[in-house]
Ligand binder design. Structure first.
Ligand code: THU
Length: 139
């Protein structure tokens, strides 16, 4: 974990916070927003989208990553994530689930940064290598 901070990360964190407003979470009531920074400077946003059949539910992080891939973008430098009960301000940092970490390893290298956002300017920065060591690889 680092306390790395810059204006781009500050903006990315705010976008992740804003995206929680779009979460569709009638079953868990837990709203997650994500903002993905591409190497070319583009930002792709995501929110979690649930389903009455539960398993089709998609996390905010994967929504953002898959949106980017569908736009022809596959090179990323950072993602900001903010999660908390819908309608509430986050009281803690919300780490990404294992499935999303695995998806990150598909498109991002060890220099990829994961920002866990609790509030404006209040985030912790992790390397993907820290959060997903020994990820699955085809051998
Ligand atoms: N969720 C995310 O959006 N990202 C994660 O990394 C973990 C969980 C969502 C899925 C579900 O809609 C809700 O949070 C509760 O699990």
């Amino acid at each position: 974990m680092t306390t790395e901070r810059n204006e781009i990360y500050d903006g990315l964190a705010l976008k992740a916070m804003e995206m929680r407003a779009f979460s569709y979470v009638p079953y868990s009531g837990f709203a997650v927003g994500a903002a993905l920074l591409a190497r070319d400077g583009r930002i792709f946003t995501g929110c979690n989208i649930e389903n009455k059949s539960f398993s089709p539910t998609i996390c905010a992080e994967r929504t953002a990553i898959f949106k980017a891939v569908t736009e022809g973008c596959r090179e990323f430098s950072a993602i900001a994530i903010c999660g908390a009960p819908a309608g509430e301000e986050p009281s803690d940092y919300c780490p990404p689930c294992g499935v999303c970490r695995q998806v990150m390893t598909e498109f991002c290298d060890d220099s990829f940064r994961i920002l866990l956002v609790r509030g404006p300017g209040d985030y912790r920065v992790y390397g993907l290598d820290e959060l997903m060591p020994l990820s699955f690889e085809l051998i």
